[in-house]
Design a protein around this ligand. Structure first.
Ligand SMILES: [Zn+2]
Length: 409
């Protein structure tokens, strides 16, 4: 938990700290408890709370009786006073959420296997869908803090540009933020999908525990979000979390990118998987060129067959996800985390089939087992994690000390 400061000029920082404390107390929190959790003086708390009440961001009209002693009046977030929109651009699914300050998803929309070939058309589709969502939730536009977009890396966050995602053809150096900002007249931010997912997972954790975890994002490709001591690691260029070229020990073919013959990207590529299927007597759809649509279609067929009980399909899904787990276990070693969290659109499709094997592979790799346990679990945000992450990124930016000053005065 972040602690506040009683120095006056850092008041905006205190406001962010206080809001964070209120947000993490879904049952409400009293002023006395706030003083305890933030380390701020009653006077400072009183000043900040007054401002938040005036702005309609929090309310203080509910009394709770718990145990002996005086009933306490609690502060709570005014749910829909601030709402953010999250978009997740994954090559196999385009998803949208409208989320309020309490982290509740008010509305969501999914477009499976979207046609993303022409970036300009996708941007137009995003703008139209966001406008529809805002109309559907019936919340005045002045209460919408902005739009956060989770995109496959690498990205240039400062300029709002999608650089050249390996699995997204036609998206080299595409300006995403400026055109959307013009179309929507809202604040727009982009973030790499794995980082946005980790922000979402962290933002939604209600407990005030010390969070250290690796988030394994399973989308069109695989990536990691790294949360260390309650902070999401962004990296020098906001592109942390690339795990595609870790060695898995499972030989597939020589990767053009890294030159190894056992990297995760090669071993989990559709080319390799469909080849393996063929060798073992299972026909999966084959394509001359495997673009996002083809991969999504082929992988969906594989998952379908595995769920129907096809032995080869089950083997292949299991081998693929075990490779991912091998890498996750190594990351957990390097970072000394207590949890590995799985999420993203593809995880939902394979979870039932591979959960136990994935957990075992991580535990096998985890070298600190004599010191502490490693827990493997599924994100409660399920396949929405990228879009919720995007919404959290923009909410976070709006409530951070600097932006709050702009927003509230
Ligand atoms: Zn490679």
């Amino acid at each position: 938990m972040r602690r506040g400061t009683n120095l006056g000029r850092l008041g905006d920082f205190n406001q962010a700290v206080i809001l964070e404390s209120i947000r993490r107390a879904p049952e409400g929190i009293s002023r006395v408890e706030l003083a305890g959790s933030t380390g701020l003086s009653p006077q400072t708390i009183s000043n900040v709370v007054r401002r938040l009440l005036d702005d309609g961001i929090v309310r203080e009209d509910r009394t709770i009786v718990s145990g002996p002693g005086k009933p306490r009046t609690v502060l709570e977030l005014e749910g829909n006073r601030l709402v953010s929109i999250g978009i997740h651009l994954d090559p196999s699914v385009l998803s949208f959420v409208a989320m309020n300050l309490r982290g509740e998803v008010l509305r969501e929309r999914r477009i499976e296997v979207p046609n993303l070939e022409v970036a300009a058309e996708t941007i137009q589709l995003m703008a139209t869908t966001v406008k529809e969502l805002i109309a559907e939730i019936r919340i005045p536009k002045k209460h919408i803090v902005g739009v956060g977009i989770a995109v496959p890396g690498p990205v240039n966050v400062e300029d709002g540009v999608v650089l050249n995602p390996p699995l997204l053809d036609g998206w080299a150096d595409v300006e995403l933020v400026n055109p959307l900002r013009k179309l929507l007249r809202l604040q727009v931010i982009i973030e790499k999908d794995t980082i946005a997912s980790a922000v979402g997972e962290l933002w939604q954790s209600k407990e005030e525990k010390n969070n250290d975890f690796v988030f394994i994002y399973c989308g069109h490709g695989f990536g990691a979000g790294l949360v260390l001591n309650n902070d999401v690691h962004h990296g020098a260029s906001n592109n942390a979390g690339e795990i595609g070229h870790y060695s898995t020990g499972h030989k597939s073919f020589t990767c053009e990118e890294c030159g190894a013959d056992d990297c995760l990207a090669a071993g989990t590529s559709y080319e390799y998987i469909s080849n393996q299927a063929k060798e073992r007597g299972l026909e999966l759809p084959t394509y001359e060129i495997v673009g996002p649509e083809q991969r999504a279609e082929g992988m969906n067929r594989l998952y379908e067959l595995a769920h129907e009980g096809n032995k080869v399909a089950k083997e292949l899904v299991s081998e693929t996800m075990t490779m991912v787990a091998e890498v996750a276990g190594q990351l957990a070693n390097s970072l000394d985390v207590r949890e590995v969290v799985f999420g993203g659109p593809q995880w939902d499709k394979v979870r039932e089939l591979v959960e136990d094997e994935v957990r075992e592979a991580i535990e096998r790799r985890f070298a600190l087992r004599g010191v502490h346990e490693i827990e493997t679990r599924t994100s409660e945000l399920r396949s929405n994690v990228g879009a919720v992450g995007g919404a959290c990124v923009v909410m976070d930016a709006s409530l951070s000390p600097k932006a709050t000053a702009l927003l509230l005065r």
